[in-house]
Design a protein around this ligand. Structure first.
Ligand code: PLP
Length: 394
C-alpha cells in the first residue's frame, strides 16, 4: 500500500463521509504549483476554492504567520490585538464599509449579516424578519446560511429552515420585485453565483436590486465571499455596477489561506449591535489576521487586482477560442479569474481528465468546470492551463 492509499483508506474509515476527494494527497505547494506525496507536480488552479489568491506558501504570508505565531496565537476578543484592528481598517479603506466584524468563515459572516438585518428592524420596532434570496445560490452551511441557499442538495434532510425565505430566479428583477414584501428585511445576493454554476446575472441586475431595496426600504446584503478581494478584477464584485450594498460578507481569499471572514457594514447599521449581542471566540484570530494583512499588502504592492483586470480578457478569449475547437464546450463565462466552462456532460469527468494532464481545477454545479487561477499566475502558467485543458477536452 502506498502512503496515499493508506491515508485515503484511513479517511474512509474515520471521517464523516461528506467529501469525495481524488487519490491525491498534497505534500507541498509553491505559488501556482502543488506536489503530491508521490512527487507529482500539478498546476493548481483550484486555489483551494478561490482562497489562495497568492498561491501556496507565499514568502510574505509565511513570514507573517511565523512571526505572529511566535508572539501569540490567540487572545479571544477579550483584548483587541493590532492585527484585528488593522484588517478592519484595511477593509474600511478599500470598500463602501465603515464597520467590520471578523469571523472564521464565510458561513459565519453570512450568519452575522442575517442577524444584523433582523436586529436593524427590531431596534426600530419593526417585526419584519424575512429574506429574499435566489435559486442556485450558495451562502454556507449553518441553518441560517443554508436557509437562504437555493440548492436542495444542501437543505435536504435538515428539517425546518429559517423562515420566511423566498427564493427567486437569479437575474430576474421582476420576480424579485414581486417577492419583496412587507415582511422582507433583506435581499441577499452573490454578484456572480460562484458555486451554482458560475452564473452571471444580466448587466444592470445588481444595480437594479440595489435600487429596488432602497425604494422598498429593505437591506441589501451582498455575498462577496468568493467574488471579493480581487477575484473579479475589482476589489469587490459590486463595484462593477457602481453601487454599494448595506452589508457585505467576505472570507475565502481574505485570510491568505487561514480561516478569516468578515461582515462589513455601515456606521448606521453597526450601531444596532451592542456589547455582547454578537461574538465569536476565534473570529479575528491573530495568526489569521497576520496572514490576511500580509495578503492584502501583497495584493496592493504588486497591483494584483489591476493585473487580473488586465489579463483576464485575453485569457477569457483564449478559452473561448479553445472552446470553438472542442464541441463538448457549451459556454465559457465569468469575470476576472472566476471562470466557468460549461460542458456537455458531467464536469467531474473532465476535472479528472484535467488532473491526468496535471492541471487541478474544480467544478461548479453539475456540468461546469470552475477555473480559479491565483491572482499572481504568470502568463506562462495561464498558457500552460490552456494547453492542458485543451488536451483534457480532446
Ligand atoms: C464559500 C462560500 C460561502 C461559505 O463560506 P465558508 O467559509 O465555506 O463557510 C458562502 N458564500 C459563498 C459565495 C461562498 O463561495
Amino acid at each position: 500500500m502506498t502512503q496515499t492509499e493508506e491515508l485515503l483508506a484511513l479517511a474512509q474509515r474515520v471521517l464523516v463521509p461528506t467529501y469525495a476527494p481524488p487519490a491525491l494527497v498534497p505534500r507541498r505547494g509553491a505559488g501556482s504549483r502543488l506536489w503530491d506525496l508521490d512527487g507529482t507536480e500539478y498546476l493548481d488552479f483550484t486555489t483551494g476554492i478561490a482562497v489562495n489568491a497568492l498561491g501556496h506558501a507565499h514568502p510574505d504570508v509565511v513570514r507573517a504567520i511565523t512571526e505572529q505565531a511566535s508572539r501569540f496565537s490567540h487572545t479571544a476578543n477579550i483584548f483587541f490585538h493590532e492585527g484585528h484592528v488593522r484588517v478592519a481598517e484595511k477593509l474600511v479603506e478599500r470598500s463602501f464599509g465603515q464597520r467590520v466584524f471578523l469571523t472564521n468563515s464565510g458561513t459565519e459572516a453570512m450568519e452575522g449579516a442575517l442577524k444584523l438585518a433582523r436586529r436593524w428592524f427590531w431596534k426600530r420596532g419593526d417585526a419584519r424578519d424575512g429574506f429574499v434570496a435566489t435559486q442556485g445560490s450558495f451562502h454556507g452551511r449553518t441553518m441560517g446560511a443554508v436557509s437562504i441557499t437555493g440548492q436542495t442538495a444542501y437543505r435536504e434532510g435538515f428539517g425546518r429552515m429559517l423562515e420566511p425565505v423566498a427564493l427567486v430566479p437569479y437575474g430576474d428583477i421582476d420576480a424579485l420585485a414581486t417577492a419583496v414584501g412587507p415582511s422582507t428585511c433583506a435581499v441577499v445576493l452573490e454578484p456572480i453565483q460562484a458555486n451554482g454554476g458560475v452564473n452571471m446575472p444580466p448587466p444592470g441586475y445588481v444595480a437594479a436590486v440595489r435600487k429596488l431595496c432602497t425604494e422598498r426600504g429593505v437591506l441589501f446584503i451582498v455575498d462577496e465571499i468568493q467574488t471579493g478581494v480581487g477575484r473579479t478584477g475589482r476589489w469587490f464584485g459590486y463595484e462593477h455596477e457602481g453601487v454599494t450594498p448595506d452589508i457585505m460578507t467576505l472570507a475565502k481569499a481574505l485570510g491568505g489561506g487561514l480561516p478569516l471572514g468578515a461582515m462589513v457594514t455601515t456606521d448606521e447599521l453597526a450601531a444596532v449591535m451592542d456589547v455582547g449581542s454578537h461574538g465569536t471566540t476565534f473570529g479575528g484570530n491573530p495568526v489569521a489576521c497576520a496572514a490576511g494583512l500580509a495578503t492584502l499588502a501583497v495584493l496592493e504592492r504588486d497591483h494584483l487586482v489591476e493585473r487580473v483586470a488586465e489579463r483576464a480578457p485575453s485569457f477569457m478569449s483564449a478559452l473561448r477560442q479553445l472552446a470553438q475547437r472542442h464541441p463538448v464546450v457549451r459556454d465559457v463565462r465569468g469575470r476576472g479569474y472566476l471562470i466557468g466552462v460549461e460542458l456537455e456532460g458531467a464536469a467531474k469527468h473532465y476535472e479528472e481528465r484535467c488532473r491526468h494532464e496535471r492541471l487541478l481545477v474544480t467544478t461548479s454545479g453539475k456540468n461546469v468546470l470552475r477555473i480559479l487561477p491565483p491572482l499572481l499566475a504568470s502568463d506562462a502558467e495561464l498558457d500552460e492551463c490552456l494547453g492542458k485543458l485543451g488536451r483534457a477536452l480532446a
